[in-house]
Design a protein around this ligand. Structure first.
Ligand SMILES: NCCCC(=O)O
Length: 814
């Protein structure tokens, strides 16, 4: 090939909407010497047969940001790149059949308002006014998203490609990538037409992402956690009434989603496009007798209407006009699913200079925003919005193909389901078990999955309702409530024990470790024998992670971090440490118990040879129940307490002895309540890259005057000079039956002035607590705000800057 590019800054593998959007956005940010490789024609994978809906609605703040951005981009893109396309912002109506669904809508509408969108709640009568063909007698109401609509998937992809090409980017169609080789500088991407040397490579291969991902395994990569579903939508013949309505109004009908029945219904020309997400769904290419073909470009499966018959019948009852027309075409095509239904967008776990932008199930709606996010990741190393919900590192070593198929099918069949705070999805469970799992279960543990690890959320007593049905509420009341209260009271008055498998832990050792850490963390290191919290920021001073740092020796440390952060934090540590520093991931080999409460010393004294008089934030090697362990004098529950870290094989004896010593087992729900009463932040709720370390109120962990430079130092120094825009606060809320969930809006005199980052009931203080970020001018203690909880306003008062429980920390230092 005469002008084959042998060098590029970035090579993107895959020419769907996401790959083209990434190419476009890289050029927009000034990197116009990149190449996109597509093995067939652009859009040949899933993009060409996508339904083309473009919602903004999401109950996730980051997904809503990404989808909102897509609608804004698509509205201006045609003119910007001179490629007119069919984009209809018709608005959409999302129907509710229950009060709980209306509560979900109210929460999303508030988030939408915070993002500047006029999302509205409708009564059934209002639905009928704007959608005359619908039956509304059994509806609770609806949500109206004015920016929703549909776009031609091929046109938007070609428009992004044109825009990218016009800025200098290269797109090589019918040029499949055949492999990659890591080089000292970056990568060599191989094709049959030649090799391309590049700094960065992006896997944007849609449903082929797992195959492309295999090429990265020799360089530290893993099997891409995904599977492929068959998604059908059917197109009806033309319906005269729709044509007449469109001619009369000059508009298309708003897109309908009957989310409780599980389908979307959209005007397509003068007929309908009906897309069900059926519970009895079908995975493809998931078993040896159904292998993924090497090429499925522009292909579909034959239709299977039996699977969606019930939903079609329901839709015809909802919009009887549908029944007046026959089916003209069925589209049954492959759609990739990650286990949680969200895309993989961000750094490729374990592999330097490689990214993923793949496994999009809503690629058209998210593609615009995804390109922006990916360009930021690659060029800036950080993103405008915290994107943890899409970060490929959220899935770690437990996502084997069987897990991915189970979860993918569960997610597809519940595409529009509500995600209640006390509900745990049942598929793909028991992937990683604590060494005391059987005992925890035998004691009534009602389990939840944390990075694949099973932990007790609460402990049920015989007769308690532990069914999935009982969890279908946004409220705090449920069979768990009385048990959580008792667990918190046991921790307050006596001693509790929580088994915490999967705490991510890394040992760092070797000459220069301490100095390397000083150049990474914002604060100081503990002395040998002591521990403290350390924080790592990005260049903007925004919060990447928090770790407990135990110093074992001058140059030997254990860093302990959230279960979910294992691969995220592992990547940060490995990237930052020089070659002489050894970074070992010990997560799998050890288990942790939290033993805490005023009688914790009494429980432990007969069991250990450790020195229990050592003070707060100390640690020591000791035996417990005759087994080697490490005792750390700390408690996330905010009482006198120790963490006991031990090898898996030793933990059953230790746990048994502590239970026999009178400790009450408690679960994650109680821990969450206890930590909020102390104002202890949780990772990726209260602690996210949406906030700087200073906004998060972590000044005491930041040493701006230390000699070492560290990521974010200059930005934090500048922020300290000018003052923070927002401030972390604790609020007491006059809540009713539900506490404030993540991203509830905080108002002052009708204006949104902040948001909650977590909320729950404090059983020791007897109040509903919210932690949040508030505009600096409204963050003074005593300020009265309002918080919107599922559509209702409640008084929320900013509390003094000290813990609600044990403000002087006397109990935990006892
Ligand atoms: N392509 C799937 C769109 C689903 C939805 O609009 O809700």
């Amino acid at each position: 090939m005469a002008d084959f590019p042998t060098r590029a800054r970035v090579v993107i593998i895959g020419g769907g909407v996401v790959g083209c959007s990434a190419l476009y956005h890289l050029a927009k940010k000034g990197w116009a010497d990149c190449v996109l490789l597509e093995k067939n024609e652009l859009t040949a994978g899933s993009t060409w047969h996508a339904a083309g809906n473009v919602p903004t609605f999401s109950t996730s703040w980051s997904i809503m940001n990404m989808q909102r951005y897509s609608t804004e981009l698509y509205a201006r893109l045609g003119a910007e790149v001179d490629y007119p396309m069919n984009y209809h912002q018709t608005g959409s109506i999302r129907l509710a059949h229950s009060a709980e669904r209306m509560q979900e809508f109210a929460r999303a509408a508030a988030m939408g308002r915070y993002q500047g969108m006029d999302i509205k709640i409708l009564t059934p009568a209002e639905v009928k006014e704007i959608y005359p063909f619908i039956e509304t007698h059994d509806l609770a109401g609806a949500l109206f998203d004015p920016h929703d609509g549909d776009i031609d998937p091929a046109q938007v992809t070609q428009a992004l490609a044109k825009g990218a090409r016009d800025m200098g980017q290269r797109i090589l169609r019918f040029c499949p990538a055949t492999g990659v080789t890591q080089t000292a500088e970056g990568w060599m991407v191989h094709t049959d037409k030649g090799d391309i040397a590049c700094d960065y490579v992006v896997n944007a291969a849609g449903y082929y992402a797992q195959r492309v991902g295999e090429w990265f395994k020799p360089y530290g990569g893993r099997t891409v956690p995904m599977m492929v579903m068959s998604h059908q939508y059917l197109l009806t013949k033309e319906i005269p009434e729709i044509e007449a309505w469109s001619q009369k109004t000059g508009r298309k009908l708003p897109l309908l989603r009957d989310v409780d029945v599980s389908y979307y219904l959209r005007q397509e020309k003068h007929g309908y496009n009906l897309g069900p997400y059926e519970p009895n769904c079908r995975a493809h290419w998931a078993t040896p007798d159904d292998p993924m073909p090497d090429d499925f470009s522009f292909q579909l499966w034959s239709d299977d209407l039996d699977r969606i018959e019930d939903i079609v019948t329901d839709a015809m009852a909802r919009v009887p006009l549908m029944a007046t027309s026959g089916v003209s075409r069925v589209i049954n095509g492959p759609i990739p699913y990650a286990p949680d239904g969200l895309p993989l967008l961000g750094p490729m776990p374990g592999v330097r200079q490689a990214f993923e932008a793949c496994v999009f199930t809503f690629g058209i709606a998210q593609g615009g925003g995804a390109g922006k996010v990916l360009a930021e990741w690659i060029i800036d190393g950080q993103t405008e919005w915290d994107m943890w919900s899409c970060d490929p590192r959220r899935f770690t070593d437990y996502t084997d193909p069987d897990y991915c198929v189970q979860k993918g099918m569960e997610t597809y069949g519940h595409e529009y389901a509500m995600h209640f705070p006390h509900h745990e999805w049942p598929a793909g469970r028991d992937r990683k078990l604590s060494p005391v799992h059987a005992v925890v279960k035998a004691n009534g543990g009602v389990m939840g999955a944390y990075n694949g690890w099973e932990r007790a959320n609460w402990f049920a007593k015989p007769g308690d309702d532990t069914s999935e049905e009982a969890t279908q509420t946004w409220g705090r009341a449920g069979p768990w409530q009385v048990r959580i209260r008792a667990e918190c009271e046991a921790v307050r008055d006596h001693c509790g024990v929580l088994d915490l498998p999967g705490f991510s832990r890394f040992r760092l050792s070797g000459v220069g470790t301490a100095e390397a850490l000083r150049g990474l963390i914002a604060g100081g290191l503990p002395k040998v024998g002591r521990m403290n919290l350390v924080y790592i920021a990005d260049r903007r001073g925004r919060l990447l992670t928090e770790m407990s740092c135990l110093r074992l020796d001058a140059d030997e440390f254990i860093l302990i971090t959230a279960a979910a952060a294992q691969w995220h934090d592992g990547d940060i540590l490995r990237a930052a440490m020089p070659a002489d520093v050894r970074v070992e991931d010990l997560t799998r080999t050890r288990d942790t118990l939290i033993v805490t409460g005023p009688k914790a010393r009494q429980v432990l004294t007969p069991l250990t040879d450790g020195d229990l008089s050592l003070g707060w934030l100390t640690h020591q090697a000791a035996t417990v129940a005759g087994r080697p362990a490490h005792l750390v004098r700390v408690s996330f529950a905010g009482e006198l307490g120790w963490e006991i870290h031990a090898l898996n094989a030793d933990m059953p004896d230790i746990y048994a002895a502590i239970l026999a010593g009178g400790a009450t087992p408690f679960g994650m729900y109680a821990l969450n309540s206890l930590r909020m009463e102390k104002g202890y932040r949780a990772w990726k709720g209260d602690l996210s890259t949406d906030y700087s370390l200073l906004e998060a109120g972590l000044e005491r962990f930041v040493k701006l005057d230390k000699p070492q430079d560290f990521p974010g130092k200059a930005a934090l120094q500048a922020e300290a000079q000018r003052g923070v825009a927002k401030r972390f606060v604790t609020l007491i809320v006059d809540a009713a039956e539900a506490d404030a969930p993540y991203m509830s809006c905080l108002y002052k005199d009708g204006d949104i002035v902040g948001e909650t980052t977590s909320g729950g009931w404090g059983y020791r203080v007897g109040a509903s607590i919210a932690l949040g970020m508030v505009r600096r001018d409204h963050a003074q203690p005593g300020t009265e705000l309002e918080v919107e909880i599922y559509g209702q306003m409640y008084r929320a008062v900013v509390q003094p800057d000290q813990p609600l429980w044990d403000p002087k920390n006397e109990r935990l230092r006892a």
